[in-house]
Design a protein around this ligand. Sequence first.
Ligand code: SF4
Length: 235
Amino acid sequence: MSIVVNEIFGPTVQGEGPSAGRQCVFLRLGGCNLSCHWCDTPYTWDWKGTSDEKTAFDPRKELHNRDAGEVVEELLALGTGLVVISGGEPLSQQRRLRPVLKGLLEAGVTVEFETNGTVVPDDEIITPGVRFNVSPKLAHAGDPASKRIVPAALTKLAQTTDVAFKFVCRTTDDLDEVGTLQADFGISPIWIMPEGKNVAHISQHLSSLADEVVRRGWNLSTRLHVLAWGDKRGI
Ligand code: SF4
């Protein structure tokens, strides 16, 4: 079965959330069902140049149909104990990904999905060794709430045992929005990440939010990959 892949790269480190700093390999898939204007991976979906980068990427260059077995082999050859499956929105291909998950888990590799929380995960992919890092998008991402917030998906993800909810935030108004989602859907644990594609913006948002994040009983994460490598691709 083939999977639409954007890129495979590593070893690198997980940049955000509970596993930040851990060695991993990235499987970045193509296609997204949202269109966040500040998206830092517009090359996975923006074929018209609508995001802040204002670049119309070429799907013939960015999307590659790859055989699941070959993808597993390539990921295992890169030799880390963690594979992060990101995008784009990886759960849009969750059925095609089942053989990849099986191959990785059988090899003793753990898997983290980076999902925007708008796709209900199938029971078959909710299994030991798989964590869901769910990043629902707030109003500042630009899409209407009816696209960004899918109650059935958030409710099911909130009930999985290995899950973390990560929010890209700039202001305390953003934190209030997170608080409303927490109350509405019982999501936990919550991690707040500063928005920014460079060190200055990340530092500015991190220091302005830190006290309030701690006061609300949430966790704080930076974006290690941006601090270490800027917005360079494939690292
Ligand atoms: S959900 Fe993620 S990949 Fe999709 S547009 Fe938003 S930031 Fe980009």
